[in-house]
Write a protein that binds this ligand. Structure first.
Ligand SMILES: NC(=O)c1ccc[n+]([C@@H]2O[C@H](COP(=O)([O-])OP(=O)(O)OC[C@H]3O[C@@H](n4cnc5c(N)ncnc54)[C@H](O)[C@@H]3O)[C@@H](O)[C@H]2O)c1
Length: 366
C-alpha cells in the first residue's frame, strides 16, 4: 500500500509568509506514516532546512502542477490567476464560495480538470465551528498595531509602514519600546473579547503591560443594551473583534465622537472584524481597508477636534507569520490525519459536498 501524502506548495501572494503546514505539523504527519513533499520557498517564514530536518522531501518551487495527480496539494492562499485546468485535490483558502470577484473562473478550473477543492474556510467541526482559523493572531497583531498607532499619535505623528515580525517577542518588545518601555497606563476596550480575535487582543495588551483593570472586555452581554456606547470614547484604544451576523445598532458614530468635543480620550480604533463594506458595519466611521504600508486612516471630523485614527487591515495575522502558522496548522492537524478516509470522514465529506454544490451553482451563472 502506498503511503498517504501531502504536497505543500509555495505561496505566491505578495507579503504572504505563512504556511499551511509547519515543520512541527509536518513531523507529526510523517510520524503518523505520511509522506510530506515541500516546495522550496524563500518567501515562507520557515526555512527549507527546517522541513528537511524533520524528514520532508524538498522539491522545486512552484512544481506542484507536475505532481502525481493522486497527491493532494496543500497551500494557504489563492493560486495565481490562470485558466489552466486543475486535476489535483487542493486544500486551501480559495475565496470563491461567496461570489467573490472571479469565483466562477476559479471553480471552472477545477471543473475542467476534474480536481477537487477542499476550502479551509469551510472545514467545520460537528458544531459548525471552523476547525482552524487565524483569529487569535489577528487580534494579537491588531492590538499591537493599535498600540503602535497610539504611540505615534502621542508623538504627533502618523503610524508608518508595518512589517511582519520574526516572532511574537520581537513584536512585544517593539510595541513596549514605542510606548516608552511599557503599556502601563494605556486603557483599552475590546468588544468580542470572548472570541478568537478578542482573546488575542487581550493577550497582547497583557503582554505589553496594561493593568488588568485597564483592559475592558465586552462581549454579547455588555452590548445587549444597544449602542452607541459612550464607554468607547473614554479609552485610548478600541478594538472591535465581533463576528457580525445580523443588523445591530452602531457601536460608535461620527456624531457620538463629535458630541464629546475636545476632551475625548479615544485616539485609535482597530476594526479587526473589518466589515468595512458591510451595510451593517457597527463602526461606520471609515470606508476603506487600510494596508501595511498605510496602516491608518483618519476619521473625517471637524478640524478643531483631536484626530482619531482607524486601522482596518484585513490580513493582520501576516504580521506574525511564524506563530499564526503554528497555531493554524496545529488546529488543522487532526483533520489532515483523517484525510486518507476523506470518502467517509464527516469533515471531508461535508467539504466535498459544499464544493459540489458550488460547482452546480456555476450553471446558474450567466
Ligand atoms: N482583520 C483580520 O486580519 C482578521 C483575521 C481573522 C478574522 N477576522 C475577522 O474577525 C471577526 C471575528 O473572528 P473570530 O474568529 O474572533 O470570531 P469568533 O466567533 O471566535 O468571536 C466573535 C466574538 O464576537 C462576539 N460577538 C458577536 N456579536 C457581538 C455583539 N453584537 N456584541 C458583542 N460581542 C459580539 C461573539 O460572542 C464572540 O465571542 C470575523 O469577522 C473574522 O472574519 C479578521
Amino acid at each position: 500500500m502506498t503511503r498517504p501524502a501531502f504536497w505543500l506548495r509555495c505561496e505566491k501572494k505578495e507579503f504572504e509568509r505563512r504556511a499551511a503546514l509547519t515543520p512541527t505539523t509536518a513531523k507529526k504527519l510523517i510520524d503518523a506514516g505520511f509522506q510530506i513533499i515541500v516546495e522550496r520557498d524563500e518567501q515562507r517564514i520557515f526555512d527549507d532546512s527546517e522541513y528537511e530536518a524533520v524528514g520532508c522531501e524538498l522539491v522545486k518551487n512552484n512544481s506542484w502542477p507536475s505532481a502525481p495527480k493522486e497527491i493532494p496539494i496543500i497551500g494557504l492562499k489563492e493560486l495565481p490567476a490562470s485558466t489552466d485546468p486543475l486535476p489535483h485535490s487542493h486544500i486551501q483558502f480559495a475565496h470563491c464560495y461567496k461570489n467573490q470577484a472571479g469565483w466562477a473562473d476559479i471553480l471552472s478550473r477545477f471543473d475542467r480538470g476534474n480536481g477537487t477543492l477542499y476550502d479551509l474556510e469551510f472545514l467545520e467541526d460537528a458544531n459548525g465551528r471552523r476547525v482552524a482559523a487565524f483569529g487569535f493572531h489577528a487580534g494579537f497583531a491588531g492590538a499591537a498595531a493599535g498600540a503602535l498607532a497610539l504611540a505615534a499619535e502621542r508623538r504627533g505623528e502618523k503610524l508608518g509602514q508595518l512589517n511582519p515580525y520574526p516572532n511574537e517577542e520581537a513584536m512585544i518588545e517593539d510595541v513596549k519600546k514605542a510606548l516608552g518601555g511599557s503599556g502601563k497606563g494605556v486603557k483599552a476596550l475590546v468588544i468580542g473579547a470572548l472570541g478568537r480575535c478578542g482573546r488575542g487582543a487581550v493577550d497582547l495588551f497583557k503582554k505589553i503591560g496594561l493593568e488588568d483593570d485597564d483592559i475592558i472586555k465586552w462581549d454579547m452581554a455588555e452590548t445587549a443594551k444597544g449602542g452607541p456606547f459612550e464607554e468607547i470614547l473614554d479609552v485610548d484604544i478600541f478594538i472591535n473583534c465581533i463576528y457580525l451576523s445580523s443588523k445591530i445598532p452602531s457601536f460608535i458614530t461620527r456624531d457620538t465622537i463629535s458630541a464629546v468635543g475636545k476632551n475625548r480620550r479615544l485616539t485609535v480604533v482597530v476594526d479587526v472584524s473589518c466589515d468595512t463594506t458591510n451595510p451593517f458595519n457597527p463602526i461606520p466611521i471609515y470606508t476603506i481597508n487600510t494596508t501595511f504600508s498605510e496602516p491608518t486612516v483618519r476619521v473625517d471630523l471637524p478640524s478643531e477636534l483631536p484626530p482619531l485614527s482607524v486601522i482596518s487591515i484585513d490580513h493582520l495575522p501576516t504580521l506574525l507569520p511564524r506563530e499564526s502558522s503554528e497555531q493554524f496548522s496545529a488546529d488543522l492537524l487532526p483533520s489532515l490525519l483523517e484525510f486518507p478516509d476523506r470518502n467517509t470522514a464527516r469533515i471531508w465529506t461535508d467539504a466535498y459536498k459544499l464544493f459540489q454544490k458550488k460547482l452546480v451553482s456555476m450553471d446558474d451563472f450567466p
